[in-house]
Design a protein around this ligand. Structure first.
Ligand code: NAG
Ligand code: NAG
Ligand code: NAG
Ligand code: NAG
Ligand code: NAG
Ligand code: NAG
Ligand code: NAG
Ligand code: NAG
Length: 482
């Protein structure tokens, strides 16, 4: 008799707090295999600050969701899938957390590696629509830029289709992924000899070993004979991300199979890898990221007459470039408050997780991850004079730039931004030298947005398969034949 009376007095919200409100979504902890989401890191307001309207903006976007990249496929997915096919004698249906394996069909074949999934195409189109909502006053862009791989080019096409009201009004300009392109491409890590695509694997292997050990022991106890390895576990967890963007869901995401703490271990392993690969733990990261940031900042600050012919500049690249741009900008720096340069590697210990790190790959490089730089025209922003201000957003979340926060909201005045840019340039300029370029005709500057030699690209029809693009990747030719 007593209980109902008490409950009647408690407002619903605090009654709910009597029960566990814990929830956990593995898809938000999958680093480079995470489907697109807005992590709200930090939860700053994405709307322009009071009195401000965006007048120009530039976006650097990672391609949208793909079936699997070749490294992940060959290193983790294929060996696990092959091993499954080899172990037909195990009766998976008797093993509770793995019973789905009795009927599971792998979602990806070698032929589909690197292709955009339907989800990927849809999300790239969605990004186009949300940009048109965010910038209703902008002129439709004439050109969108993409590095020449099929997945980046196709992502650009999907975005363009959302922007176009009529067919063939926006061109996509393909920027060849040259290994000798110096700083003048959307893939400057490829042409930087000092960059190694395997950097960080040694360090991340240490944490991978640690977090997978108890999982291996558990699964090997449940399914003796399969001999789950550390890489099998890592690959199964990757499959949660890949299968989700291919089929819309995956049994590997089930929290009864891998617990939230298991996922946090996976995520930290990836974060250690990216820290040493394209983050603050790699001395050449900022050098690789600077040319895009410098070119973009100048494009936004320039007068109309300086060749800023568009209001919106969108460029598609691969997962490596956005994090290096963040380093060039000084964002998501674990040491920002109270640290120093010398201790940056200590912020990513290999024997335990630094849960309070700023550097979270799931937040900075999921599929379709994007960095925006906006020029705002502010008038009547109380406490600030009228004029030009600059603002950076990462996956929708406005970021305060280090030593550059003298404007409304998270923005920075033109004068502050100029000083800040000069500091970053002084620190990271000298691409060819610092990369140890060993080929001729390198360049330290990105000029694709203004160089007439780059050309105007090609129009994107709503549906057409343009034969021009077949050369980028033999695989699309096979697809077109279907
Ligand atoms: C599959 O079985 C064959 C024959 O026993 C063996 O040679 C091969 O290494 C196995 N492959 C895997 C991935 O386990
Ligand atoms: C299990 O796999 C590991 C790594 O491939 C290998 O070293 C070990 O010999 C295997 N154990 C059994 C019992 O097959
Ligand atoms: C962090 O570690 C990497 C790899 O060992 C090294 O190249 C880099 O110089 C270190 N950074 C600092 C600031 O010590
Ligand atoms: C990261 O923050 C520390 C501490 O403020 C600073 O010394 C260091 O220069 C920053 N690193 C970069 C690349 O901006
Ligand atoms: C900024 O806004 C003010 C007030 O609306 C307007 O007069 C001015 O032309 C704008 N400047 C630019 C560069 O758009
Ligand atoms: C470098 O540029 C010069 C002048 O444009 C050209 O003649 C030469 O072939 C180029 N060298 C290489 C290795 O591309
Ligand atoms: C930065 O951009 C300006 C304007 O385009 C250019 O003159 C300068 O050389 C660039 N510097 C670097 C290091 O990219
Ligand atoms: C690119 O487009 C501009 C403006 O539409 C035009 O003036 C120029 O000739 C075009 N360039 C090429 C190489 O087609």
């Amino acid at each position: 008799m007593f209980l109902p009376v008490v409950l009647g007095l408690i407002p619903l919200s605090s009654a709910a707090a009597l029960y566990s409100t814990y929830n956990f979504d593995p898809l938000e902890h999958l680093g480079g295999v995470a489907p697109y989401f807005s992590p709200q890191d930090p939860p700053t307001d994405p709307d322009p600050p009071q009195g401000c309207i965006p007048v120009r903006a530039a976006y650097l976007v990672r391609h949208a969701a793909i079936y699997a990249n070749d490294f992940d496929y060959e290193e983790y997915l294929e060996p696990f899938i092959k091993k499954l096919e080899n172990h037909t004698s195990i009766d998976w249906s008797k093993i509770p957390s793995l019973s789905f394996l009795a009927t599971w069909v792998p979602p990806v074949t070698e032929a589909e590696e690197e292709l955009l999934t339907r989800v990927g195409k849809l999300e790239a189109t969605q990004l186009g629509v949300s940009l048109s909502f965010r910038y209703p006053g902008f002129r439709t862009p004439q050109r969108v830029w993409a590095s020449s791989a099929e997945r980046t080019f196709e992502s650009a096409k999907a975005l363009v289709r959302a922007f176009e009201l009529d067919d063939n009004t926006i061109n996509v300009v393909s920027i060849y992924e040259s290994e000798e392109g110096g700083a003048d491409t959307l893939t400057p890590y490829d042409s930087c000899p000092a960059y190694s695509s395997s950097a960080g694997s040694e360090q991340s292997a240490v944490y991978q070993e640690k977090f997978t050990k108890p999982i291996m022991a558990r699964l090997n106890a449940q399914a003796p004979g399969f001999n789950f390895t550390s890489d099998d576990i890592y690959g199964m967890m990757e499959l949660c991300g890949y299968e989700s963007v291919i089929r819309g869901r995956s049994p590997f995401c089930d929290l009864d199979l891998f617990s939230p703490d298991d996922w946090l271990g996976w995520e930290y392993t990836a974060d250690v890898q990216y820290h040493y690969n394209v983050g603050y733990g790699n001395d050449v990261a900022g050098v690789i990221g600077l040319p895009w940031f410098n070119a973009t900042a100048n494009l936004l600050m320039g007068a109309e007459a300086d060749g800023a012919s568009q209001d919106l500049y969108v460029s598609f690249t691969h997962r490596e470039l956005p994090p290096t741009v963040l380093v060039a900008m000084g964002l998501f720096n674990n040491s920002e408050f109270g640290g120093s340069e010398a201790t940056i590697n200590d912020t990513m210990p290999l024997d335990r997780i630094n849960h309070r790190r700023a550097w979270k790959s799931s937040h900075v490089l999921p599929f379709l991850s994007n960095i925006a730089v906006e020029r705002l025209n502010c008038t009547g922003s109380y406490g600030h004079s009228d004029g030009d201000y600059y603002r950076v957003l990462v996956n929708d979340a406005p970021q305060e730039l280090p030593d550059c926060g003298d404007g409304p909201g998270t923005s920075c005045s033109r004068q502050g931004f100029t000083t800040y840019l000069n500091d970053r340039v002084a620190r990271f300029e000298g691409y060819s030298d610092k990369c140890g370029v060993d080929y001729k005709n390198s360049t330290d500057v990105l000029t694709i947005y203004s160089d007439p030699k780059i050309g105007n690209g090609t129009a994107v029809g709503k549906r057409a398969v343009e034969s021009k693009h077949l050369r980028y990747n033999g695989r699309i030719a096979k697809l077109a034949g279907l």
